[in-house]
Design a protein around this ligand. Structure first.
Ligand SMILES: NC(=O)c1ccc[n+]([C@@H]2O[C@H](COP(=O)([O-])OP(=O)(O)OC[C@H]3O[C@@H](n4cnc5c(N)ncnc54)[C@H](OP(=O)(O)O)[C@@H]3O)[C@@H](O)[C@H]2O)c1
Length: 290
């Protein structure tokens, strides 16, 4: 029985099944755009979602031009705004009806934050929780009943190393990603017997526009490409590793350099040492928006 399930969903190692219906959020830029290329080239039936429909249309054209040789399905573009849970349920419900099923939901869209907790408006914390947590849950809860009914499916959530540990001046972001990680850990256990798999991918820095679009304590955009983000992993390299985690149905993947992995270990094994290091980091102003 186990072998039948595996063979039915994976054609070859590291490549998603051709024709698999994948809903991908945050496909208008960065990691999501790189994922769109990889999944399209693998022959997935892609539904790409974000707020900027013009950018989604560009991504759709780009992937079709870049992978002309493959026999593939043109991606379907649908608008999505995670800041409104009812709107998310309506939009993802629409995505579900496009092919009558969803095999994989990749919750990749997200927003970051730079600021001091002391001077951050509560509305900004709420916005981060809405976009990075509640909006993601609304998407999951819209597709989950159909996955349970079809007795197959996979939810992939893009979290962050900051879903595993919290850095100073990132409180709203780290809190939202911790919440997402915890929800996924509960969900994974609850739906496993329905043959629904939950994968959490926790990247370190990736060279995308994330820091440019990050919100500050007042709610204004940070508007800067931070040096750490600029020096991060190439989006395509991150996308390749995320797709590998998806195909292998890994429970979680820490897509980060050794230093970040050791920090996660330190947080778990020697929290007092970790907290001291974070205090020194905060005092030095590392990561504080200027
Ligand atoms: N880059 C990094 O260093 C890094 C590190 C760890 C984790 N991550 C995670 O990786 C994921 C992808 O981010 P990225 O690095 O590729 O950044 P990005 O280039 O800024 O992409 C973010 C994506 O999310 C979408 N998005 C933002 N707010 C949204 C909303 N309210 N509703 C719907 N879609 C929204 C954006 O599209 P629209 O603006 O068109 O809506 C865009 O497609 C995020 O979850 C992020 O937290 C990134």
């Amino acid at each position: 029985m186990f072998q039948v399930v595996v063979l039915a969903n994976v054609t070859s190692v590291g490549v998603p099944r051709r024709g698999q219906v994948v809903v991908l959020t945050g496909a208008s830029s960065g990691l999501g755009e790189a994922l769109a290329h990889r999944l399209y080239a693998a022959g997935c039936r892609l539904i790409i979602m974000a707020r900027s429909v013009d950018q989604l249309d560009r991504v759709r054209q780009d992937v079709m031009l870049a992978h002309q040789r493959e026999l593939v399905y043109p991606p379907v573009v649908l608008p999505l705004d995670l800041s409104d849970s009812d709107g998310v349920r309506a939009a993802v419900g629409k995505a579900l009806r496009v092919f009558g099923r969803v095999d994989v939901l990749i919750n990749n869209a997200g927003v970051s934050y730079r600021g001091e907790a002391l001077h951050t408006e509560l509305e900004v914390d709420a916005r981060l929780m809405q976009v990075n947590y509640l909006g993601q849950l609304a998407a999951i809860k819209t597709v989950l009943p159909s996955m349970v009914e079809q007795r197959s499916g996979q939810i992939v959530c893009v979290s962050s190393v900051q879903g595993r540990l919290a850095l100073p001046y990132r409180s709203a972001y780290a809190a939202s990603k911790h919440a997402l990680q915890a929800f996924c850990d509960c969900l994974r256990a609850e739906v496993a017997d329905h043959n629904v798999h939950v994968t959490v991918v926790s990247p370190g820095y990736i060279r995308t526009s994330l820091s440019l679009n990050a919100l500050t304590g007042s709610g204004a955009a940070h508007g800067k490409l931070d040096a750490t983000t600029a020096a991060g992993l190439e989006p395509d390299a991150a996308a390749r590793r995320l797709v590998a985690a998806l195909v292998a149905r890994r429970h979680e993947t820490l897509l980060a350099p050794l230093r970040d992995r050791l920090a996660v270990l330190l947080r778990a094994l020697l929290p007092s040492v970790f907290f001291l290091l974070m205090r020194l980091r905060a005092r030095a102003g590392t990561g504080r928006p200027s």
